[in-house]
Ligand binder design. Structure first.
Ligand SMILES: [Zn+2]
Length: 338
């Protein structure tokens, strides 16, 4: 009834309100121009907009702006006064409606009302009719969510229907005075694409982090390998120096031997040959010792290990680099950015 809003319990941010009060309160505040319904209409949810509306009403009427409305309170009385003055219970009107706060009146009274209740201004913007070419696949049934939605439609709210198979009474908006609308189901492909983009974003971040780690690891390994190579080169020099020293001694020994031999044989040529043979056998053996000096060195072991680590680190670096660029390519192909 016009101008007689009643509530069961106190309404306010910190009050345990009665949800049954929400739609009547929102509707009343809406009719007075204070409640600004969201695009999906006036619903039974206790939202902040309702509290804001109460506060705005209180502000305009010199009341304490606490957003609280009690069943016997002054705010409710003021709302009812205003409702009565704007929507007098019976003609003739004594006060003109505040036209600036009202929606344009409906062109004509609808023949059939949802649930045959008194006609209220549409609580949600008129649904844009779905174009025939968009009537493809499925849609979600949406009601305006107020108390005037017929129960058969209220039961369908949020359910998915196929454009090919209308439920009883037709698609949303087809039944007389039906204010329901068909909410397009987001294209599955698009949803999948967005999901993939999200995944790729995560994969790219992971690959980038791995790549950074791999890059650090490889830099270390390359540095270590260089040090190991320097150490090995130094070892080679040591081994060569030792070999050359030994060779000099062998040479001296051979000459000494030769001289001794020469003395025995009395033939300088024989002397030379014996000395040469003895020296070359010793030299060959020294070559083996020299190789072993290098090959069995801790420097060589460290060098081999460093080489292996560098190769491994590099292959991981390449791996993550490839992984990142593969993901990035797909990311760009899917148009994930922008
Ligand atoms: Zn409907």
């Amino acid at each position: 009834m016009q101008g007689s809003l009643t509530i069961n319990r106190t309404i306010g941010m910190s009050h345990d309100l009665d949800l049954a009060d929400v739609i009547p309160v929102k509707t009343a505040l809406y009719r007075l121009g204070y409640y600004d319904p969201p695009a999906w209409g006036i619903t039974a949810d206790a939202d902040k907009r309702m509290i804001f509306a109460i506060k705005a009403f209180q502000a305009d009427h010199g009341l304490r702006q606490d957003g609280v409305m009690k069943p016997e309170g002054i705010t409710l009385r003021a709302i009812n006064d205003e409702l009565t003055s704007l929507f007098p219970p019976s003609p003739p009107r004594t006060t003109q409606p505040r036209k600036d706060l009202l929606l344009p009146p409906p062109a004509a009274e609808p023949e059939t009302r949802e649930r045959n209740q008194p006609y209220h201004p549409e609580s949600a913007p008129k649904a844009v009719p779905v174009k025939d070419e968009e009537k493809d696949g499925t849609y979600i049934w949406r009601t305006v969510g107020d108390g005037n939605v017929r129960s058969s439609h209220a039961a369908r709210d949020g359910q998915v229907f196929s454009w090919d198979h209308p439920p009883e009474g037709g698609h949303p908006g087809e039944a007389p005075n039906c204010r329901c609308r068909a909410e397009p189901v987001e294209d599955k492909k698009e949803k999948d694409r967005q999901k993939r983009c999200e995944n790729l974003g995560r994969l790219m971040a992971a690959a980038q982090a791995n790549l950074n780690n791999a890059s650090d690891r490889w830099n270390n390994a390359a540095q270590n390998l260089k040090t190991a190579k320097d150490n090995l080169d130094a070892k080679r020099l040591d081994c060569a120096r030792a070999r050359d020293e030994a060779l000099t001694n062998i040479g001296a020994g051979a000459i000494v031997g030769g001289v001794t031999g020469g003395r025995i044989g009395g033939w300088p040529g024989a002397i030379g040959g014996a000395a040469y043979e003895g020296a070359s056998a010793a030299t060959a053996s020294l070559e083996r010792i020299y190789e072993a000096c290098i090959d069995d060195s801790t420097e060589m072991a460290a060098y081999n290990q460093a080489k292996q680590e560098e190769a491994s680190a590099y292959s991981w670096l390449e791996h993550y680099r490839t992984e990142l660029s593969t993901h990035r390519e797909e990311y760009e192909q899917l148009g994930c950015e922008g």
